[in-house]
Design a protein around this ligand. Structure first.
Ligand code: 5AD
Ligand code: FES
Length: 357
């Protein structure tokens, strides 16, 4: 086995075996990384041009009934400052975002029982009533299948639920016993069945993670075929048991972004805030490795610092008011352009760009 041959296979066949992926993750050199990066960037440019889709992120609640070991918002973190946005506040963020050019709103939050199906359905349908040309994406963790259906019927278009790790034994090392990796994965298939454009994803460099685990994450994405895949480096949070663990590596995150792009040419691949947190140009570098989405923060400024999933998160201080122009400039600086269309996966796939798969 040889890393360059594996990269070539990813380029020409858009796939690789588990053994090849493990070998690549363990052995790729700096020069191999550059070959991989170029292939991923070229493919992205061929399909999407230099367009970067923007999604307005509204962090609606820092309450969470879950206790994931890695997350600063876990319920047993007594130091976390909790807030939740009212329906009016959420609608205001969307109206504001609409004026800034956003046509997708991502409502993200901890698993907060306050937002009943009834309340959430009302919020979703009111956003769609005010902005019928916009997509509504939900990222509210595990809700039951019935709840997912009701929200879909109320007008939600997309749902983001990271699988976190495809390996069930590894999943158990990151979550309390009450949670299950198999169940999480089954929910992703359900979301797709219901008709959501679905996003999965995982952390890179989470505690106990192996190259084998990452290969399984890549193969899970290949099998599920989600419309979006969010990945970012693990970053320790001071009030969790993983406070002293090492942060996920920039290089490995970039390598995986490129491999995901080659294995899933049409996928929507965000260059995440976590990537921007571990390197001042992280989001730009992510784009150059095959990412094509950024998710600027539209949350009310006074709450941003309290949506503290990990330490040192960017865009939470004084500079936060400038996220949209800042990102537009950052993208421009690397030759890319922010676009405001909804960026529906289906319309992208159906466009005539002559790429198979
Ligand atoms: N570092 C990086 N990402 C994290 N997430 C949660 N905690 C951390 C952390 N410490 C990610 C998870 C979750 C998403 C909202 O944020 O993947 O799904
Ligand atoms: Fe938030 Fe630059 S993107 S300040």
């Amino acid at each position: 086995m040889n890393t360059l041959n594996i990269i070539e296979k990813l380029k020409t066949e858009n796939t690789a075996s588990r053994e090849e992926l493990i070998f690549l993750i363990k052995n790729i050199s700096d020069s191999g990384r550059e070959v991989l990066r170029k292939a991923a960037q070229e493919l992205t440019l061929k399909i999407f041009g230099n367009k970067i889709y923007i999604r307005g992120l509204i962090e609606m609640s820092s309450y969470c009934k879950n206790d994931c070991f890695y997350c600063g918002l876990r319920r047993s973190n007594k130091n976390a400052v909790r807030y939740r946005l009212s329906e009016q506040q959420i609608l205001f963020c969307c109206d504001d975002g609409y004026k800034l050019g956003f046509r997708t709103f991502v409502l993200q939050g901890g698993e907060d029982g306050y937002y009943s199906d009834e309340l959430m359905c009302g919020i979703v349908s009111e956003i769609k009533r005010r902005h019928p040309d916009c997509a509504v994406t939900l990222s509210l963790g595990e809700r039951g299948e019935q709840s997912f259906k009701r929200l879909f019927d109320a007008g939600a278009d997309r749902y983001l639920l990271r699988h976190e790790t495809a390996d069930e034994a590894h999943y158990s090392k990151l979550h309390p016993e009450s949670m299950s990796g198999a169940y999480r994965k089954s929910l992703l298939y359900k979301l797709k069945d219901i008709g959501y454009q679905t996003g999965a994803g995982f952390m890179v460099g989470s505690p106990y993670q192996t190259a084998e685990n990452l290969a399984d994450d890549l193969l899970f994405i290949e099998q599920l075929r989600p419309q979006m895949c969010g990945i970012g480096p693990f970053i320790p949070h001071k009030d969790t048991i993983f406070r002293d663990c090492e942060q996920g590596s920039l290089e490995l995150t970039l390598t995986l972004l490129s491999v995901i792009r080659l294995m899933n040419p049409y996928i929507l691949l965000p260059s995440t805030t976590a990537l921007g947190t571990i390197h001042p140009k992280g989001r730009e570098i992510g784009i150059l490795h095959g990412a094509n989405v950024i998710m600027p923060n539209l949350s009310p400024r006074e709450h941003r610092k309290d949506y503290a999933i990990y330490d040192n998160k960017i865009c939470t201080g004084e500079e936060a008011a400038e996220c949209v122009p800042c990102l537009a400039n950052r993208m421009k600086s690397i030759g890319y352009q922010i676009v405001t269309d909804k960026g529906d996966y289906k319309s992208i796939r159906n466009s005539e760009c002559g790429i198979r798969n």
